[in-house]
Write a protein that binds this ligand. Sequence first.
Ligand SMILES: Cc1cc2nc3c(=O)[nH]c(=O)nc-3n(C[C@H](O)[C@H](O)[C@H](O)COP(=O)(O)OP(=O)(O)OC[C@H]3O[C@@H](n4cnc5c(N)ncnc54)[C@H](O)[C@@H]3O)c2cc1C
Length: 368
Amino acid sequence: MKILIIGAGIGGLAAARALGADGHEVVVFERADKLRTEGAALTLWSNGTGVLSALGVPTEGLGAPVDVLEQHSWDGKVLLRVDLAHAVRAYGHPHLSTPRRDLIQRLAVGVPVAFSRTFTGFDQDEHGVRAHFADGTTESCDLLVGADGYRSAVRGQAWGADPARPSGWSTWQGLSAVDIEITTSRRGLMILGPEGMVGLMPAGNGLLQWWFDLRWTHNPPPLRERFGHWASPVDQVLDQVRDEEMEFFPHYHFKVPKVWSSGRVTVLGDAAHTMPPTVAQGGNQALEDAWALARALREEPSDVRRALARYERARTRRAALTSRVASAEPANQYRPTLSRLAPDAFLGPIYTRWLRMVSTYLGTHAGR
Ligand SMILES: Cc1cc2nc3c(=O)[nH]c(=O)nc-3n(C[C@H](O)[C@H](O)[C@H](O)COP(=O)(O)OP(=O)(O)OC[C@H]3O[C@@H](n4cnc5c(N)ncnc54)[C@H](O)[C@@H]3O)c2cc1C
């Protein structure tokens, strides 16, 4: 089958690898003139790294493993501790905090990408789809996959008006050489206070993935003024990161529908389920989509529409659940009394169960 994928982000590249490995003729069209590697770091949980192993993407030396997540209050008290390694033992796949550029570069190996090609629209009939580009060219295919992110043009035509809305929260984030204990540990820290949430994760090679979640309406809110009075290590992080390392991202979300496809056209990744990064699943869910789409086409090789219906059955419910939880911005709620009531011993198993609830891949492969 000839398959065109719009967008060379995590979802598009993963889908190209999965579909190409099944013998489909796949080309990715990307509007940027090279791979987009900005965006600091991201956390891949056992579901995302499980999909990477299924796609043959090596994870050795990718970022840093994370086995424990602690929640602290802004003034330095430990509120709770989650044994994340419980899920690693259950599923056999690590949690990794990795520079985004490293993940993108590994996913892109062997994937044909046509750069500087901006998709503008499609038309289709029962025989195929024609994708149109800003340079006036048209490409024909049997299946068109929109992996073109939170303002997806493919989704815009297939679903109608853009549903993505700001959630009222935002993130300042970066990847920096910050000399604190967390940077070389296997431990993530989430620090909460009335001003918002600070996340710190080791990302390998002496780098720290750091982010500040805070409320947002119009202009990017000032970072150092809001969090400057927080206890260590937040003060050390603010001292050591440089202004040019800071990236600002408003959070967007929408209600994930049950139907993603229209005829021979479908969507995946943020195009299908833009969600705030508070449960760090957007990229993991994009990997899940890519894997599930390839599997559905293997199971229904002679009927694209049936394959897409199968893909949706595998993905929409789990992506919708993930998006609903992420949109409630749970990681940003400062409730120290409630946090202290949560018994640490239960949190590892609860997290393991949560991952399976939002994962098609683990639900299929993790009998252990
Ligand atoms: C601050 C922040 C932190 C995050 N942290 C995590 C995390 O820890 N874990 C996690 O799993 N997720 C995280 N996410 C979410 C994750 O980054 C996204 O869910 C993921 O990158 C989505 O990948 P995608 O391939 O669907 O879309 P994108 O990465 O947006 O890729 C879309 C691609 O399509 C291209 N494109 C767009 N329009 C067109 C067009 N018309 N024609 C051609 N090409 C086009 C774009 O240039 C882009 O390359 C985070 C997000 C943010 C903002």
